[in-house]
Design a protein. Structure first.
Length: 287
């Protein structure tokens, strides 16, 4: 069996061939979370390939996650979208969860923009809010870099103090002002799932400094930092976390609220992606 680098290169080459990607173009990569996949349908000249058709990628199994790569353009910017993601609670280790982001990096993505659906741990956040993730807390006790280091991809001990690239944060805030879209900011805490957090766990996360909670995103941010890919992330607040509201939590309702937010997210991304592409230099593909 090959190394993770070899697997990522093989998958990247197959993705490039399937999507007819120009290796000289360094796209902005966008990862779409629960209920947010329709963004990919807005790409001009869109063409797609399923995870199941690519080496090293398992199928996505969760409602609201198509599990495919989609290439096209948005507002004149080359975009490579990951429509849906993998999760540890599906039975994958952290390296597998982050593997699609690895592939995006190997393909030469100049920036990685992550989105997710999240629950509000901070009572000042409301369902329907958009939150720029300023930092995260990993409460899963899992890390995608565990195991032999992939020297071609990055260092053994990557620094996470700038995992959320300040230059992209500045441009995202500017895009929000330009469009008149309210953009909160806060700290995101990832739990393992698939069960939702208990009220006590939400209180713990809040005491640790978390504003929102969810079950994704952190592994992808870690591999982006490992590969020196500029990164930013947006949470779509779809519900109050356990203990803040009395209603029981249901994934179908999370997806439904995310779809209601999606129009504003699309408007924000249309304004942000050209700024993001201009703010960071192109990266050369590894494969």
């Amino acid at each position: 069996m090959g190394s993770s680098t070899d697997l990522a290169i093989d998958c990247a080459r197959a993705t490039r061939a399937a999507l007819k990607l120009d290796p000289a173009v360094s796209p902005v990569a966008v990862v779409l979370g629960s209920g947010l996949g329709a963004f990919a349908t807005q790409l001009a000249g869109a063409r797609s390939v399923s995870f199941a058709e690519l080496p090293g990628l398992p199928r996505a199994t969760v409602l609201g996650h198509e599990g495919r790569f989609v290439a096209g353009e948005l507002a004149g910017v080359p975009v490579l979208a990951q429509q849906g993601r993998l999760h540890a609670y599906e039975g994958h280790d952290a390296a597998t969860v982050a593997f699609p982001a690895r592939v995006l990096g190997v393909l030469g993505a100049r920036a990685l923009v992550l989105t997710n659906a999240a629950g509000a741990a901070n009572p000042q956040l409301q369902p329907g809010d958009l939150m720029r993730i300023a930092d995260h807390i990993n409460l899963t006790a899992r890390n995608p870099l565990v195991g032999p280091n992939e020297e071609k991809l990055g260092p053994r001990f990557p620094d996470l103090s700038r995992a959320y690239t300040p230059e992209l944060a500045v441009q995202l805030e500017a895009a929000a002002r330009e469009t008149g879209i309210a953009l909160k900011q806060g700290v995101y805490a990832q739990f393992l799932g698939p069960s939702y957090e208990t009220p006590a766990e939400v209180r713990m996360a809040r005491l640790l400094g978390a504003d929102a909670v969810g079950m994704s995103t952190v592994p992808e941010v870690i591999v982006a930092a490992h590969q020196a890919i500029p990164c930013c992330a947006i949470s779509c607040i779809t519900n109050h976390a356990a203990g803040i509201a009395d209603e029981p939590l249901r994934h179908q309702e999370v997806v439904a609220v995310a779809q209601q937010i999606e129009g504003r997210l699309l408007q924000l991304l249309c304004a942000f992606l050209p700024r993001a592409a201009a703010a960071v230099p192109p990266r050369k593909p590894l494969a």
